[in-house]
Design a protein around this ligand. Structure first.
Ligand code: V47
Ligand code: SF4
Length: 359
């Protein structure tokens, strides 16, 4: 029989919990009990350290052929608010980030119907030349698959070309909920969950580290979230290529999903992060993305097993187009303060989790 005591005994003994046990935790209201287990798992992995990195997000275009139902960021060509950055503007923003102390640029965008694959290669080359100290973390598995389609190149070849142009690692977007039935409701044009996993597997085999996200708080059930995490855990057993898991709290404004909800609750956010920390025993890092969570929940999550607070960001469009109340950016001092006030040790890291400096 599943009860909290049997789950707790497993976690304390370092034994992996199964889907049924994770579901028990989602159905439980014992947030503090769940949090205590998550803290235990995290302390074994990361001690009191909480990582952050100084980065800048660049979204080269919001024009996208997919138009996922949940996405408030995307536009159709010619629609009000549609934009595409010129290559020199992309490089200018990267240069500015480097001169302001960033170690990473995070680049994701829409699936543009007219830009050729070479545009993205040139963007990477331009950044590498003009801001050579930056690590370039770019493109979701969804974009990689699109590049393969528009260029006629195999996925492996797309990776080869992007790596030789400067790609250093990949963010975790586009995963949403990997369960097909959910994807049909929220992003029917997007590649399947299975394809997302296949492309990430190829990235890992090609030597790229990636993250994995989970968009939660829309039509999915707790079982869908667990199935999603189980697929990630299985792939991680195989490749070891995931760095961080990042649950993304759904921002509800300007969405075509027309759900009768006003965003996730703080309780759900903390429970989801804590259960992820317990369930994903083969992930080193659970990241709170304060843009979607808000600063306060992101800070409190550090007492629920989270060990990474993302990031300085500078300019954010995806969550803010969907009504996020958080600011657009954080200063490094602001992040350090949030972590210290939570009683943890702030450690600035590079993209691949090498420590740069503790505060
Ligand atoms: O894939 C889109 C999500 C993702 C909304 O890997 C939304 O370090 C909430 O993946 N409400 C892109 N989320 C962002 C992303 C990310 C962010 C920060 C760090 C990392 C990392 C990755 O944003 C998309 C989608 O799942 N998204 N619309 C929305 N309304
Ligand atoms: Fe396009 Fe990504 Fe928005 Fe979907 S989530 S519409 S793929 S930008």
């Amino acid at each position: 029989m599943i009860n909290f005591e049997t789950i707790s005994a497993k976690v304390r003994a370092g034994v992996r919990i199964n889907s049924g046990e994770a579901l028990f935790l989602f159905n439980s209201n014992d947030l503090l009990g769940i949090g205590e287990l998550a803290v235990l798992v995290n302390e074994r992995k990361n001690g009191a350290n909480v990582y952050f990195n100084v980065n800048r997000h660049i979204n080269p275009t919001n024009v996208c052929v997919n138009r996922c139902a949940f996405c408030a960021f995307s536009r159709t060509t010619g629609e009000d608010g549609a934009y595409t950055l010129a290559l020199d503007e992309i490089c200018r923003r990267a240069c500015e980030a480097e001169s302001e102390g960033a170690t990473e640029v995070h680049i994701v965008g829409g699936l543009h119907p007219d830009l050729p694959f070479e545009f993205y290669e040139e963007a990477l080359r331009g950044i590498r030349t003009s801001a050579p100290r930056l690590h370039i973390k770019a493109f979701t598995a969804v974009e990689i698959e699109y590049f393969s389609r528009i260029s006629g190149l195999a996925i492996e070849k797309v990776f080869e070309r992007l790596i030789s142009a400067g790609l250093g690692s990949m963010p975790g977007g586009g995963a949403e909920i990997l369960v097909e039935e959910v994807r049909q409701k929220i992003c029917p044009e997007k590649i399947s969950g299975e394809r997302w996993l296949d492309i990430i597997r190829l990235a890992h085999l090609g030597g790229l580290k990636t993250n994995a996200t989970m968009l939660y708080g829309h039509v999915e059930t707790a079982s869908d979230r667990i199935a999603h995490m189980e697929m990630l855990r299985t792939l991680q057993d195989e490749t070891g290529g995931f760095q961080a898991f990042i649950p993304l709290a759904f921002q509800t404004e300007n969405s075509d999903l027309k759900l009768d909800i006003k965003g996730t609750s703080g309780l759900d956010d903390l429970k989801t992060l804590a259960i992820a920390r317990i369930f994903l025993d083969n992930f080193d890092h659970i990241k709170a993305y304060w843009i979607m969570l808000g600063e306060k929940i992101a800070q409190v999550s550090l007492a629920f097993g989270v060990n990474d607070l993302d990031g300085t960001v500078v300019e954010e469009k995806i969550g803010h187009d969907a009504g996020a109340n958080s600011p657009q950016s954080q200063t490094k001092d602001g992040i350090i303060r949030l972590i210290k006030k939570a009683g943890k040790v702030p450690v600035e890291r590079d993209t691949l989790y090498h420590p740069i400096r503790s505060y």
